[in-house]
Design a protein around this ligand. Structure first.
Ligand code: GUN
Length: 283
């Protein structure tokens, strides 16, 4: 029987810690830390995420600027907005909620965000810094997973870590963070041969593949730490990438969905915004 990692509680402690730092920032620099959030179109999941991000931003005492553009916004309109926020000295962080409508070039638009305001840690410069082990903003979801592991006092050095999924947002940066923590890291994906066997060898298993209940009990080593990054909307509600009920009998720690990684992602967005603001004041 595993210990269930309470992401909501850990996120709350991150946010409460930040609240004090944000207040001190305001005293030191005479202004509020400001995060600009851009949502293009009507994607229902994105609308919920953005609403939660704005609520949390205000909870920790930061200012949020919210921009909503219609589904048929032109690349020029979105680009002009990102460029003007990039040049605005009062804006510390810029978040363009993904996915963007299909007619917009995501990479082109994200590249207009100055690296110093990249609260998502998506830009090539910041991904490169992560790879080189230099201080940077790291994509919020993997950053949040690492904080969960640390909060629980889970030893990482020398452990076999397996990440299922190779996305730029989760899988790749997650692997880099675990490598930095001295794990022996394997990234699995749709073409991996004997995926079950590879997973079964994991001391730390991070599932970020986007398939409901993909990780079954027979893929998990006794006593492994299992982190579920999946958020799959099914007719039975929100389901993770892990078969939670079965796997919790085998793992030593497991994160649930909902209430696991999700709240941590938002907390780390705020942490990144604080990091960007502090760096901008001290450059
Ligand atoms: N869409 C899904 N996750 C994320 C995220 O972490 N950041 C942004 N900008 N968009 C997302």
């Amino acid at each position: 029987m595993s210990k269930i990692i309470n992401g909501k509680e850990i996120a709350q402690s991150v946010k409460d810690n930040l609240k004090e730092k944000v207040l001190q920032f305001e005293k030191d620099y005479g202004r509020k830390i400001t995060l600009a959030v851009i949502l293009v179109g009507e994607n229902p999941a994105s609308q919920v995420y953005v609403k939660n991000k704005i609520t949390a931003t205000e909870y920790v005492g930061m200012k949020s600027l919210s921009f909503r553009l219609p589904e048929n916004a032109t690349e020029r309109e979105v680009s002009d907005l990102v460029t003007s926020l990039g040049a605005d000295d009062n804006v510390d962080g810029i978040l363009v909620q993904l996915p963007l409508p299909k007619h917009l070039d995501e990479n082109k638009i994200l590249a207009l965000i100055p690296a110093s305001k990249d609260v998502d840690g998506f830009l090539a410069e910041n991904v490169g810094n992560l790879l080189l082990g230099l201080p940077t903003t790291v994509a919020c979801t993997p950053f949040g997973v690492l904080q969960m592991l640390k909060y629980e006092g889970i030893e990482l050095t020398g452990k076999n870590a397996v990440v299922i999924g190779r996305s730029n947002i989760v899988g790749k940066p997650m692997a880099m963070l675990l490598l930095k923590e001295n794990c022996t890291v394997t990234i699995c994906h749709s073409k991996t041969v004997n995926l079950k066997g590879v997973c079964k060898n994991a001391d730390i298993l991070v599932a970020a593949i986007g398939k409901p209940k993909f990780v079954t009990a027979d893929m998990v080593k006794e006593g492994a730490v299992v982190i579920d990054v999946g958020i799959n909307r099914t007719e039975n509600g929100l389901v993770g990438d892990v078969d939670f009920e079965a796997v919790k009998e085998i793992a030593s720690y497991i994160s649930p969905v909902p209430g696991g990684v999700g709240p941590m992602t938002i907390a780390m967005l705020l942490e990144n915004t604080y990091i960007c603001a502090t760096k901008r004041e001290n450059k």
